[in-house]
Design a protein around this ligand. Structure first.
Ligand code: D5M
Ligand code: FE
Ligand code: ZN
Length: 481
């Protein structure tokens, strides 16, 4: 033992105290300058109690690092597509999906005052009134020519093309996503065409946030890409080991959420095998199993699939199939959910979505980019839909019910996929893009995508304070928020 430490501990020994070896272990790791004060205070308290042994418990209680059994770790899965998948066939499925989307979002928008004046598109077209009316529908196309913008809406009764002259409103129209639901204020023009005077998104209302009663932390992760050559195994192991350390924050972690791309998968992109260190899903998942075994059992781990994980590729995705590694499924502290899912952590509602649709949205929407994924997340909340664009790069299954509508408003919105850790707030909702634990891949370098991997994001579920731990040694790798 270090001489200085021994000298300080002698203070207790000289007063007839015994120090348990487990207590020694913790005391040895403390800065000597602080140790003297700690020992004196513990000795004073124990002398008062007439107990002359210093135990692990005494030291942990003093340092505030004792495992606190009163900390809750209650997980409720509020919504998960896994058991609800009912994919329709061809045109029938497609029609069912869009009709479900329209009905769900019309119900959501009915809470807005303007919706009292809502009329169907066919009524508006036949009535030919001069008054302002409100209509709603899914955007089937948008375009901009010379000084006007055009938006075509469709509802179950028909189709309406509206034109926009107002400069500000044209900018709003440009950010509409194809197949998204929107309400519009329209008026008939002189030539019987329709002019759009306002565009209203379903959006989310301001509302009070649910908080956890006990002060516990949730860790937000995604895009580990285990099995890839670029997976940051050393850094993630180090972080998982920190979770079971005596750090006062680590001691209060009760949830770890993984929002997809747990593994790199097999056959996801051409010549992927050259970039893999584990060539099979089974090997990749057994590596996952070894890594998550480092996390203490009182921490609940929620695992959701992404586009690299095994199982169905089209959204919504059921949970990663059990057949590849049943022991992960059987772990008591692991909960496997589909993509997207809504979970409650001690009452705090977290909407988890891998984020595949971000690719389509940044490509077609002015002002949005891969560098600001939280702005795209705001866009999704305004549209109250996680993946509106059908038939582009993100595969969407023609479900009989649209499970991608954001029915319930979360307290935290957790997304990954674009490998850029970022935080923001929108109307009281904490937005977390959890980045990645995979270094920049050659593909990402070739398209100029710069991830900031190796940043662990932690949220105190009682105060909503956010902490981050950067495990990346590269000093340019920072969290922007
Ligand atoms: O995707 C990480 C990010 O990189 C995501 O924004 C998509 C983009 N990406 C990755 N591979 C491709 C290809 N082949 N084409 C287009 N965009 C791509 P991840 O899901 O981790 O692969
Ligand atoms: Fe990824
Ligand atoms: Zn992904």
């Amino acid at each position: 033992m270090n001489k200085e430490v021994y000298f300080v501990l002698n203070y207790a020994l000289n007063k007839g105290f015994q120090i348990h070896p487990n207590a020694y272990k913790i005391l040895e790791g403390i800065d000597v300058k602080k140790l003297e004060k700690i020992i004196k205070e513990i000795v004073r308290e124990k002398t008062r109690q007439k107990l002359f042994q210093i135990n692990q418990d005494d030291v942990e209680s003093y340092l505030g690092i004792k495992d606190d059994d009163s900390l809750q770790n209650e997980v409720k899965v509020l919504s998960d597509p896994t058991g609800k998948i009912t994919t329709g066939e061809g045109v029938k499925g497609y029609n069912a999906l869009f009709s479900s989307r329209f009905n769900k979002l019309k119900h959501i928008i009915s809470e807005r005052p303007e919706s009292r004046f809502l009329k169907s598109l066919s009524v508006v077209k036949t009535a030919k009134s001069d008054d302002d009316v409100y209509v709603c529908g899914l955007v089937t196309s948008k375009s901009s020519e010379r000084n006007i913008a055009k938006v075509v809406l469709e509802d179950p009764s028909g189709v309406l093309e509206g034109i926009i002259f107002d400069e500000e409103l044209k900018k709003v129209a440009e950010t509409l996503l194809i197949d998204q639901f929107v309400m519009a204020k329209v008026v008939m023009g002189k030539n019987s065409g329709f002019m759009i005077k306002d565009l209203i998104m379903p959006d989310v209302p301001d509302q009070a946030t649910n908080k956890s009663e006990s002060e516990v932390y949730a860790v937000f992760l995604s895009d580990l890409h285990i099995g890839s050559k670029y997976f940051m195994e050393k850094e993630l192991s180090e972080f998982f080991e920190w979770i079971s350390s005596s750090d006062p924050v680590a001691k209060k972690i009760r949830f770890v959420l993984i929002a997809g791309d747990l593994v790199d998968g097999v056959g996801i992109y051409p010549n992927q095998d050259k970039e893999l260190v584990c060539q099979t899903i089974e090997e990749q998942l057994s590596k996952v199993e070894k890594l998550i075994a480092k996390i203490p059992k009182n921490v609940k781990i929620i695992i959701m699939p992404g586009n690299h994980d095994p199982g169905r590729r089209a959204l919504p995705q059921p949970a990663i199939p059990k057949k590849y590694n049943s022991s992960i499924w059987e772990k008591e502290n692991v909960i496997m959910v589909g993509n997207p899912s809504l979970v409650s952590l001690n009452g705090v509602k977290v909407l988890m979505f891998h984020g595949q649709s971000i690719d389509d949205i940044v490509k077609t929407t002015p002002g949005l980019s891969y560098d600001k994924p939280t702005d795209v997340m705001k866009h999704l909340l305004k549209a109250r839909h996680l993946s509106p664009v059908y038939g582009s790069q993100t595969p969407i299954a023609p479900e009989m019910h649209d499970l991608m509508v954001i029915d319930e408003i979360p307290d935290i919105f957790h997304v990954g996929h674009v490998h850029k850790a970022q935080l923001d707030m929108y109307r009281g909702i904490l937005l977390v893009n959890s980045g990645s634990w995979q270094k920049q891949t050659p593909f990402q370098a070739s398209v100029g995508m710069t991830p900031n991997p190796g940043i662990a994001l932690l949220v105190n579920l009682k105060t909503f304070q956010v902490f981050h731990e950067n495990y990346n040694s590269n000093s340019d790798n920072i969290l922007q928020s």
